[in-house]
Design a binder for this molecule. Structure first.
Ligand SMILES: CC(C)(COP(=O)(O)OP(=O)(O)OC[C@H]1O[C@@H](n2cnc3c(N)ncnc32)[C@H](O)[C@@H]1OP(=O)(O)O)[C@@H](O)C(=O)NCCC(=O)NCCS
Length: 227
């Protein structure tokens, strides 16, 4: 079993001909879902995101991307039979995929958005400790700090498979500190770490256990096409 947590980052805005070549990799359900997107750009990014997911998993499992059959957890988390765990996240034209055989995994990427009232939002969705941590930053630092904390929180709830149905104020995910209140076993079960990306992106990965670091790599579209 590999103890590594691999993180792949892909760009989703592709030329039309490349996108058309990826469409056959998706199954019927995925293509039907793509059709439900009203806006062309969202449809294209969904297709590219699912193709990226399938191609990257197929490389890792040495199989054909079309052969992968996803199952879905009670709140929609995709999974495969076998030890490989993965989680996908996207923001605008960027997708991030975390892969691991060490246990459950969650990932989140967000573009850092200035021009919001980050403290007011934190007061609604962060724990008191996280809000205090955010307020301790200068105003200039707050947008990045907010999204670093947000992605860490989302990575954890996605690792659980609950998504935003899990109460966000029931835990904190701060640099070097992770705790689920009144649940010591759960607090010790996970590590949540930043996945440092260039530019105005913030990302985090949550995985079971400790002693791991995310290993980041840019996805090259050609690499999933096989020999
Ligand atoms: C999972 C969730 C947090 C995603 O949030 P997001 O910021 O829009 O999306 P991200 O880009 O980070 O992640 C989306 C990907 O996560 C994966 N995913 C979907 N449901 C998931 C879940 N429950 N847990 C973990 N991962 C999930 C999918 O691969 C999805 O990709 P796709 O949209 O291409 O299929 C959100 O949709 C959610 O909370 N879902 C649970 C459903 C639910 O109960 N919602 C109630 C809200 S109170």
């Amino acid at each position: 079993m590999s103890a590594e947590v691999d993180v792949l980052v892909a760009r989703l805005d592709l030329p039309a001909a490349e996108l058309a070549a990826l469409l056959p990799l998706l199954d019927e359900g995925e293509r039907a879902r793509a059709q439900r997107y009203g806006r062309e750009i969202l449809r294209s990014r969904f297709i590219a995101g699912r193709a990226f997911l399938r191609m990257a998993l197929a490389v890792r499992l040495d199989t054909d991307p079309r052969r992968l059959r996803f199952t879905y957890g009670p709140r929609g988390k995709p999974a495969l039979d076998g030890p490989l765990r993965f989680n996908l996240s996207h923001t605008d034209d960027v997708a991030l995929l975390a892969l691991s055989e060490r246990g459950e995994i969650g990932a989140d990427v967000e573009r850092v958005r200035p021009g919001m009232d980050h403290v007011a939002l934190a007061q609604r969705v962060f724990s008191a400790r996280e809000t205090a941590w955010l307020v301790a930053h200068s105003e200039a630092e707050r947008p990045k700090a907010f999204f670093d904390c947000w992605t860490a929180k989302e990575a954890y709830v996605k690792a659980r498979g609950d998504g935003l149905a899990f109460p966000l104020q029931a835990f904190h995910a701060l640099p070097g500190q992770f705790a689920v209140y009144d649940d010591r076993r759960e607090s010790e079960r996970w590590s949540v770490l930043p996945a440092p990306l260039a530019g105005d992106l913030s990302a985090a990965v949550a995985a079971e256990g400790d002693g791991w670091r995310p290993t980041l790599r840019e996805w090259r579209w050609g690499e999933g096409e096989g020999p």
